[in-house]
Design a protein around this ligand. Structure first.
Ligand code: XIL
Length: 421
């Protein structure tokens, strides 16, 4: 047999490259959208049990590649005016989350005035395009309308706590009722746990910088602030069937040494709070792990497989909530890769970003109680970071598509992970 050394060499190089970068993706010659309606990508998958490599051509669609999980993204109603935005959205996601359209300040800009117009645009889009909507969010210290505090202060001090409960109940009841037929799950309570990236002495478990703490304040059995229970109760009274979630960030480090910022304290605090709520009979169905990964220095050097991911922080966290009988959602994932020149990002960093996205998704796939995987916007055009993030928003590149809607390595890593698992 004649040995073609050039061919063998080429195969070896290609194979090594494939293993080296953790995934091999060959873009097929573009099939025309007009004739196929599809955009295919060919993926080389290595089976972690057998090491057998298989080649598959799959459609570039995250949700179509997903066997069980809903694949979501946050959107703004305004984004729906852009055809190029909508093309990527329609193709890849079957769940949408309003980025601000359901927040209290937006829905109730004045004490006696409700405004549903922007949220209704998202509902109309979702119905027309068969997308699920995840409700976000009913009780959050950062979405309080500006009239609330002056209104409370206009009342005698002794009445303020009760007045806050009354207006909060009114808001929750109104919005949950209005969107009952399209919103089946809600982030009910968002971010009440103290953030240990901000040094606090002595550290408190719950945030104290907000009106709920200031005016309601009282703690229940298990030392949990009463407003948390009330949020869930008001939502349950408004919809007996909706799934109700607690949602927070930097809470995926349960029992983990590799924890972020203040260690795994916030993660333990969330677990303890949620266990307490369950014991108290508070109607909570699950937790949302936001998954804003903001520390570029701590991105994953390795993409794990189902055989070696058991010590990954999110895996341990998911396992803990699984044992509590709770549903879990990855609700707001993005992964910051800080680099000052926004047109070029270090390819190694992009790969670490891809690994991180991939590891989170893989954990979610492996646990039946994890039901959706959502990113917080999908293009680097839309970065939400506020004043706590120094520098320009454009320097963070946290999403899975670039500013021109080209898929980044993270996108292909997600696609591949969904199609293989
Ligand atoms: C952010 C939105 O993306 C911004 O557009 C808005 O100005 C502020 O809120 N955690 C949450 C989300 O739960 O509601 C936040 O969204 C991002 C952090």
């Amino acid at each position: 047999m004649k040995i073609n050394t050039k061919k063998i060499l080429a195969i070896i190089i290609l194979f090594t490259l494939g293993i080296g970068i953790g995934m091999t993706i060959f873009e097929k010659p573009q099939l025309s959208q007009a004739t196929s309606g599809n955009d295919l990508v060919e993926i080389n998958s290595v089976n972690p049990d057998t090491n057998v490599v298989t080649k598959t051509a799959i459609e570039k669609s995250l949700y179509k590649a997903s066997k069980r999980l809903k694949i979501g993204t946050a959107i703004k109603s305004k984004n729906l005016e852009s055809e190029s935005y909508k093309a990527v959205l329609n193709q890849n996601f079957n769940l949408v989350v309003p980025e601000y359209e359901m927040k209290w300040y937006q829905i109730q800009p004045e004490i006696n005035k409700y405004n549903f117009s922007v949220m209704d645009k998202i509902v109309e889009y979702a119905k027309l395009n068969d997308k699920e909507i995840y409700g976000h969010t009913l009780l959050w210290y950062r979405s309080i309308p500006s009239w609330v505090e002056p209104y409370l202060n206009s009342l005698p001090e002794a009445q303020r706590g009760q007045a806050l409960k009354t207006i909060l109940k009114d808001f929750i009841t109104t919005i949950v009722n209005r969107y009952k037929d399209v919103v089946k799950s809600w982030d009910v309570v968002n971010e009440v746990l103290e953030d240990f990236s901000r040094a606090k002495t002595p550290p408190s478990i719950y945030r104290t910088d907000n009106i709920f703490d200031k005016y309601i304040g009282s703690k229940d059995e298990y030392n949990i602030p009463e407003y948390i229970k009330l949020g869930f109760q008001y939502a349950r009274e408004a919809d007996s069937k909706a799934k109700l979630f607690y949602n927070d960030y930097q809470v995926e480090y349960y029992n983990s040494v590799e924890a972020s910022y203040g260690g795994s304290i916030k993660s333990e605090n969330m677990y303890n709070m949620v266990s307490g709520l369950i014991k108290m009979g508070v109607p909570i169905d699950g937790v949302g792990i936001q998954s804003h990964v903001t520390n570029s220095e701590k991105l994953d050097k390795q993409a794990f497989t189902k055989n070696n991911i058991q010590n990954y922080p999110l895996y341990k966290t998911m396992d803990a909530y699984n044992k509590l009988g709770l549903e879990v959602k990855i609700t707001e994932m993005d992964v910051a890769v800080y680099q000052e020149n926004s047109t070029t990002v270090n390819p190694e960093k992009l790969l670490e970003q891809a690994n991180t996205y991939q590891n989170y998704l893989l954990v979610c796939i492996l646990f039946d109680n994890c039901t959706s995987f959502t990113v917080w916007q999908f293009s680097d055009n839309f970065v939400w970071y506020g004043k706590n993030f120094p520098g320009k928003k454009e320097d963070y590149h946290p999403n899975i598509f670039d500013r021109k809607y080209n898929p980044k390595p993270a996108y292909f890593a997600l696609l591949k992970t969904l199609s293989e698992n």
